[in-house]
Design a protein around this ligand. Structure first.
Ligand SMILES: *Cc1c(COP(=O)(O)O)cnc(C)c1O
Length: 341
């Protein structure tokens, strides 16, 4: 369910970024020779606005997404969008469409999708000389249902998502289409998600198609939260970063390290790894119950959502809704004209 508006702005080499416009959501005419579509000069972001306890609305850590959007643009030889324009587009769209977001419902949020693409009609193999920046939003429920059932995850041994020197650490459209085949393999094996290994040794756990990964070693207050380190071939998620910070505030130890798939399996079987979960803006925190590949299948813990996973999920959701304190600057309030708050 997309909301009613979009925010649009264009860039060209002589005038730079033009002021953005709030317009009704509508299809966009496209020249068949639009460079961005032919050569995948397309980047995007994903972030959420949440209704707060006092009925106001706040966007979660939008500056992080603005900076990542700039990194993605640089990697694709596109012009960087000023962070202020990125934030302003979100503010205008959320203010216009805030009535979509009901009060008192934790599971609904506005998912905001900024996108930028090379819009010049030209098939020369070079960067586009015109770009369009658009922001749309839709009402999102819990990505995997409201009470997240543990995921079954397919370990892909044949396909690769990212390579050293490639684009795995930025959010460009070209990273996703090539992953759909592995996603179909996963579905055929009864799994909901793909776990990607590094493309060189096919040994190191990286992430999932649109989510980062965590595992829990041990339990209770001594539990340790572990996530693959940022090697340049996985996406530095804002949720990943937020959970590392919140876990520390909650008194857990955290580690970022390389995790081999063989060790992960052995540690699940011996009980050293007690829980695993996926995290991202869309998925929030979603437990992982089972893993499998062509030859084997194994369970994480008892296959159910674990207590550390759910404690982190609750803390994150509470921070996003302004119910429990998070680090300064994580919540960006959106002023809705005509309301006094
Ligand atoms: C967007 C994305 C994530 C999660 O990032 P968040 O900023 O937490 O939403 C993880 N992996 C991939 C491949 C992604 O595209």
């Amino acid at each position: 369910m997309f909301t009613n508006h979009m925010v649009s702005s264009v860039w060209d080499g002589s005038d730079g970024w033009q002021p953005s416009e709030l317009v009704p959501l509508a299809p966009i005419p496209m020249h068949p020779g639009m460079l961005g579509v032919h050569y995948a000069q397309v980047i995007f972001e994903g972030l959420k606005a949440h209704r707060q306890e006092d009925d106001s609305i706040a966007v979660f850590r939008p500056w992080e997404n603005a900076l990542r959007f700039q990194r993605s643009a640089r990697r694709l030889a596109m012009p960087e969008l000023p962070t202020e324009m990125f934030i302003e587009a979100i503010e205008r769209l959320v203010a216009a469409d805030e009535s979509w977001l009901p009060a008192g419902n934790d599971e609904l949020s506005l998912y905001i999708r900024p996108i930028m693409y090379g819009s010049e009609s030209n098939l020369m193999l070079r960067p586009s000389r015109e770009y369009r920046f658009l922001t749309v939003a839709f009402l999102a429920g819990g990505f995997f249902g409201n009470l997240p059932a543990p995921l079954s995850v397919w370990v892909s041994r044949t396909h690769s998502r990212a390579m050293p020197g490639g684009t795995g650490d930025v959010k460009c459209a070209a990273n996703y289409g090539p992953s759909f085949m592995a996603q179909q393999e996963a579905a055929a094996a009864g799994c909901q998600q793909v776990m990607w290994l590094d493309s060189e040794e096919r040994r190191w756990v990286e992430e999932m198609g649109g989510m980062n990964l965590f595992l829990v070693r041990g339990e209770g207050p001594d539990a340790e939260l572990v996530t693959p380190e940022l090697t340049g071939t996985l996406l530095p998620g804002v949720t990943r970063d937020s959970l590392l910070a919140l876990a520390t505030l909650m008194g857990y130890k955290t580690r970022q390290e390389r995790i081999s798939i063989d060790r992960l399996r052995a540690d699940c079987e011996s009980g050293v790894v007690t829980e695993m979960f996926a995290c991202g803006t869309a998925a929030v925190v979603t437990p992982i119950g089972r893993l499998r590949d062509e030859k084997s299948a194994w369970t994480v813990g008892d296959g159910q959502a674990g207590p550390t996973t759910m404690a982190l999920r609750d803390r994150l959701v509470n921070v996003q809704h302004g119910r429990s304190p998070g680090p300064d600057g994580w919540l960006h309030p959106v002023r809705v004209p005509g309301t006094v708050r």
